[in-house]
Design a binder for this molecule. Structure first.
Ligand SMILES: Cc1cc2nc3c(=O)[nH]c(=O)nc-3n(C[C@H](O)[C@H](O)[C@H](O)COP(=O)(O)O)c2cc1C
Length: 164
């Protein structure tokens, strides 16, 4: 049973969650980068519109070969109550047939659940089975707190039971 954790992170919080999961569950990890400029107020607005419309973006790597993995975690920040364009783009390019999926979203307020629900819809259409979803509020949290919160989720959801 081999597991890969895939994530997109603009400001680092989702990355802390993903890295903690990878360390604790001893999995491989892969960062997806959005090649579109996302910093600054104007671009934040565009990012929200792109997320609401599920507009595709340029990502690196452009495609991920998941052949050797049985279980895949996909993590995203919540943008306007939706998954980020990078993650939407990635999901639509992956062959997820027969894979076990774990989906997570970070957020600072509302919309995290809608975000994982939308990812769940999309991965199921691509043939995956959703095993677990979770959200994590990152508002005003330092790295240590984010690590502790992620470790708590691992315990509560018994995620170590499935990985290896
Ligand atoms: C463009 C944009 C839109 C956002 N929209 C939401 C939202 O709808 N709901 C929410 O709770 N947080 C929202 N946030 C906050 C992020 O989801 C939150 O800070 C997240 O943990 C950031 O992850 P990162 O540090 O990995 O980039 C938004 C942030 C950005 C930049």
């Amino acid at each position: 049973m081999k597991t890969l954790i895939i994530y997109y992170s603009q400001h680092g919080s989702t990355e802390v969650v993903a890295r903690t999961l990878a360390k604790e569950l001893r999995t491989d990890i892969l960062e997806v980068i959005d090649l579109k400029k996302r910093s600054g107020f104007k671009n934040k607005l565009t990012s929200c519109i792109d997320s609401i419309k599920e507009t595709k973006t340029e990502i690196a790597p452009s495609k991920v070969d998941l052949t050797e993995y049985d279980s895949i975690y996909i993590g995203t920040p919540t943008w306007a109550g939706k998954p980020t364009p990078a993650i939407i783009t990635l999901i639509d390019r992956c062959d997820l047939k027969g894979k076990d999926l774990y989906l997570f979203a970070t957020m600072t307020g509302r919309g995290g659940q809608a975000t994982v629900d939308r990812m769940a819809e999309k991965v199921k259409v691509r043939g995956a089975r959703v095993i677990e979803t979770f959200t994590l509020n990152t508002k005003d949290k330092d790295i240590e707190t984010l690590i502790n919160d992620t470790e708590a989720i691992i315990e509560i959801l018994d995620l170590k039971m499935y990985s290896g």
